[in-house]
Ligand binder design. Sequence first.
Ligand code: SAM
Ligand code: SF4
Length: 359
Amino acid sequence: MTEIDAILAKSHLSRADIIGLLSARESECDSLFRRSADIKKEWAGNTVYLRGLIEYSNYCSKNCLYCGIRSGNARYARYEMTDDEVLEAARYAWENRFASIVIQSGERSDERFAAKIEQLIRSIQAMARGELHITLSLGEQTQETYRRWLEAGAHRYLLRIEVSNPDLYRRLHPDEGGHSHRSRLDALKSLRKTGYQVGTGVMIGLPFQTIPDLADDLIFFRDIDVDMVGMGPYIEHQDTPLYQYRNEIASPQERLFLSLKMVAVLRILMKDINIAATTAMQAIDPLGREKALRAGANVIMPNLTPEKYRQDYLLYENKPCLDEEAETFKSRLEDRIAEAGGSIGYGEWGDSRHFHRRK
Ligand code: SAM
Ligand code: SF4
């Protein structure tokens, strides 16, 4: 029996076991990926759920040291989609039976923004007769704002912790302007209390990050009993302060492989949650998301942002689908998901089973 098989035979994985799995070489990982695929099939099914991604605006009040749309980067023209553009993207998702959308944007906490999002959620729900599930990914907000948006018709919220280690978090964010690990944790608690299906996640392969850090990230997801996770490789961006460490991190392929192991181990640890196959995986490998589906992910987020804005929402370099038409994207996606052994859950909300089991 290999060391990996011995770990997989255990009913409870310790921190040391998780570190062992995350450290496994490619040649040792067959049984890990087989186990995570079996667990996914039994607990989450082989259906892949679609979330149409709308990158609403790249205005951001924050300055995270890794992110291309940080406030300190003057290279991008700042935009905000019009109401009509948002409704058109949501209509595309609804008419094509995606059943679910994600509205994502840079972080802003002004009243105009809160009111605009509230109104957009109401307009989308009216247009789609309440048939679209809405996920928000709009950063840290007050509990009152979270409540407003939930009451307007949002259902789920994605707020990545980015890294669960507070010391590492400090090194990746400026020491000013509300970049605080504590307040991010509080925001996650506040989202749970407000009644959202809560998602979080991390970046993988960051400068200064270690395998034990990543094991702690997985344990963090388990401890806070999260409903959904979106995590993927960190990808450098030349207009960010973190770019100076680009030669000190693992290769893109290694970061992708580590991300696939993170997905597989998480599926074993949290059998019935939703796990996204993220765009950053596709940025490294055109088949990166399909590999993530095989490793245990069950959600894909096709980009529905109007093409004219995509050049200005570059969180990292080589972000894919910059000029892809939604239609060609859809037919290619269907083929690829079928190749990965799944089928698309058209018209299905694909709520986290974990969320409903907890209730
Ligand atoms: N502004 C909101 C927030 O930060 O929660 C939501 C949008 S933000 C662009 C979404 C995610 O992009 C972040 O949580 C972060 O993990 C990811 N991201 C930013 N820069 C990245 C990079 N260079 N590589 C990979 N992911 C990145
Ligand atoms: Fe803004 Fe989010 Fe990027 Fe940080 S990760 S700079 S909050 S968009």
